[in-house]
Design a protein around this ligand. Structure first.
Ligand code: MRU
Length: 369
């Protein structure tokens, strides 16, 4: 079982406010390496408590991924890479062979199916392990390589955010009072730091160009209400929560200038998998003529998946929909379909912004080829 490090955090700083005071105190990295194990913010506890957990076994990591202790495509990609490094460290300590590390990596890769970043992160570190299995802790070894992915994620998102903010402003008649709608959480908590869609929001805010953010609550696990709102509050950004069903009306009423979301996988044709509820926002934005921007690192682009129809959509436990805080919402006879992601067709995406390019998908530009 993963160990709770809440007290360490309390000692460090009074970080356990809900953002109500607009406290912009530094938040630890979402996921990091700590000597011989991983340390992660427990996102299931936010916004009530900012809690760190130690992940000391591969089972700890898999459990954290499955329960969304760590979630968000870039964050789970980095976590996947760190998990392979952890497996290599454990293998050397306990005398397991290379096949054991390979098998553990396969278990991590299978923890969640939709975000391609997970297999991307696992495979990158596994490749490094295969290249020199004897070099675990040394310079250029498996651990050092996995740790470099943590730093790279921060640099990637900062670059993406700056590019995205410039692009968003270039699309608008009033680029100095930008009003944004976002969905789920594509902020620092979904990455190591900074964020993708929310990274653009942050860059707009820091440049003095942001007016307001609408954040969808994001049923059933409320990543918008619990996590995005927490991040916005800590950054001192004016924001209003809306229920998921209100998103289309917010757009059609002209309350936002742009919709900015993250992605879990971008197929070769530009179709986008993201949190369930993203597709209706894209439909509404197209109808209203509102730009619909997808912000994702290149590690989220999957050239081996031809189109959205080929993406494995995670179906989660129906109880997440049927039960709220221990109370059954629907009659006992009711069942639920709990699809965690949906597919937005490429022609509804005004632009995909990555750390290295802007691809105007709706205008016919291609992601690959
Ligand atoms: O189920 P989650 O919380 O992992 O889903 C996260 C999302 O859908 C995010 O929007 C996506 O991963 C982009 S995060 C930068």
């Amino acid at each position: 079982m993963a160990a709770d490090r809440t007290n360490d955090l309390n000692d460090l700083n009074d970080l356990n406010d809900r953002g109500d005071r607009g406290d912009r105190g530094e938040v630890p990295r979402t996921i990091d390496w700590a000597g011989d194990h991983l340390v992660a913010i427990d996102q299931t506890m936010l916004p009530d408590r900012l809690t760190l957990v130690e992940l000391r076994t591969v089972d700890d990591v898999i459990d954290a991924l499955a329960r969304l202790v760590v979630r968000g495509a870039p964050a789970i990609g980095v976590t996947g890479g760190l998990a392979v490094a952890l497996a290599a460290v454990i293998a050397r300590r306990d005398g397991h062979d290379d096949n054991w590390v390979r098998a553990e990596a396969a278990r991590v890769r299978a923890a969640r199916p939709t975000a391609v970043n997970l297999s991307w992160g696992v495979d990158r570190v596994l490749d490094r392990f295969h290249a020199d299995p004897s070099n675990v802790d040394g310079a250029g070894g498996v651990v050092a390589f996995a740790r470099s992915m943590v730093d790279d994620d921060v640099a990637t998102n900062r670059s993406l955010a700056a590019r995205g903010a410039d692009h968003v402003r270039s699309l608008l008649t009033d680029p100095d009072r930008v009003r944004v709608l976002t969905h789920c959480n594509a902020g620092g908590l979904a990455c190591v730091e900074w964020g993708t869609a929310l990274g653009i929001v942050r860059a707009l805010h820091e440049g003095g160009h942001l007016h307001e953010v609408f954040a969808d609550e994001t049923r059933p696990l409320l990543q918008g209400a619990r996590l995005t709102a927490w991040e916005l509050a800590r950054m001192g950004i004016d924001h209003r929560m809306v229920v998921d069903g209100a998103g289309a009306s917010v757009i059609s009423r002209g309350l936002v200038d742009v919709v900015i979301v993250g992605a879990d996988r971008v197929a070769a044709n530009g179709d986008v998998a993201n949190k369930i509820g993203t597709y209706p926002l894209a439909l509404a934005a197209a109808r209203a003529g509102t730009p619909f921007i997808v912000a994702a690192p290149e590690s989220t682009v999957d050239p081996s998946t031809q189109s959205g129809g080929d993406i494995d959509i995670e179906a989660r436990d129906p109880e997440e929909v049927l039960v709220w805080h221990g109370r059954r919402l629907a009659p006992l006879a009711s069942e639920a379909l709990n699809l965690a992601f949906d597919i937005t067709p490429f022609d509804l995406v005004t632009a995909l912004v990555t750390e290295s390019r802007v691809v105007r998908l709706a205008a016919g530009e291609r992601v690959t080829g």
